[in-house]
Design a protein around this ligand. Structure first.
Ligand code: IPD
Ligand code: CA
Ligand code: CA
Length: 269
């Protein structure tokens, strides 16, 4: 099977249907998780049966859609394989928000073909917002096309970010970037779900986003949704290594130069 024999718009619709079913499961579990159901993967990194069950439901539903595809899934409920086609799954992005009953959390499913993302679906569960895109097909929110903010100005721009939570060596340069945003723009928010942050850039709610230490399942779907919405995405050095490189900066082209320059100056090599 090659990229031309897969009907991406149809597949995207099937993935959306599945993601909506799993979102309903997560919604029903909100507020139900007991303290003893929560494990600490590492400092600042929690998980419960909700993440794992969501992942299993997604894998079970995705497998028949593209039988040759492998999986890269955050909670490791399936063996990781290296196929031309790979599903990349974050079964619950924003687990800490979910467990503390803070509203921003999502499911993120990307599909890669030969190391390029060709399809992405992100569902922000509490707002019933389904963001999606396929390669060359544009980006959508609940059926309507979306675009990055075409008229961003850096001095009135608004940003999303996430705090470094294990690579503490980047805290100082990261704070320098934040300080600049605090002093010279309309500010920044840390929502707590990177897939949601990326989709907010895609639909123009945020003008830009940057974060260090994210994994491929956090960014695969959202990065395609941004590029299909007309945005730019790179690593901190302006290269393409943002899926596995643990560095991502994304923005509307109208502020790209100034925003990327700031991130690169403090966090690039
Ligand atoms: C986390 C969220 C958060 C980001 C973390 C991620 P998880 O994902 O996306 O916003 O700052 O780095 O790990 O663990 O809730 O799936
Ligand atoms: Ca995540
Ligand atoms: Ca997760």
């Amino acid at each position: 099977m090659n990229n031309n024999t897969v009907n991406l718009p149809h597949l995207c619709q099937q993935v959306q249907n599945l993601v909506l079913q799993v979102a309903q499961f997560i919604r029903e579990q909100a507020g139900q998780v007991r303290q003893q159901d929560i494990e600490t993967k590492q400092r600042n990194h929690l998980v419960s049966y909700v993440d794992k069950t969501s992942e299993k439901m997604l894998i079970e539903g995705l497998q028949p859609l593209l039988p040759n595809a492998g999986f890269v899934a955050e909670e490791g409920t399936v063996a990781q394989t290296h196929n031309d086609w790979q599903w990349v799954i974050d079964p619950l992005d924003g687990t800490t928000n979910f467990l503390y009953q803070i509203p921003s959390y999502a499911i993120s499913v990307g599909l890669m073909y030969k190391n390029k993302v060709v399809l992405g679906v992100v569902c922000e569960i509490n707002r019933n917002e389904l963001f999606y895109a396929w390669q060359g097909g544009g980006a959508y929110l609940n059926g309507s096309p979306i675009k990055v903010n075409p008229n961003s100005r850096f001095d009135t721009a608004f940003f999303g970010t996430g705090f470094p939570y294990y690579d503490y060596a980047v805290i100082e340069p990261y704070l320098q970037v934040l300080k600049h945003l605090m002093l010279h723009t309309n500010g920044a928010r840390r929502l707590g779900a990177a897939a949601v942050d990326l989709c907010y850039v895609a639909c123009g709610r945020f003008d830009g986003f940057f974060e260090h230490s994210l994994s491929i399942w956090d960014v695969a779907a959202g990065s395609l949704i941004i590029t299909e919405a007309g945005g730019q995405v790179t690593d901190f050095n302006g290269q393409d290594n943002y899926l596995s490189g643990r560095q991502i900066v994304a923005a509307s082209p109208s502020i790209w130069g100034e925003f990327f320059g700031l991130v690169n100056r403090h966090l690039g090599v």
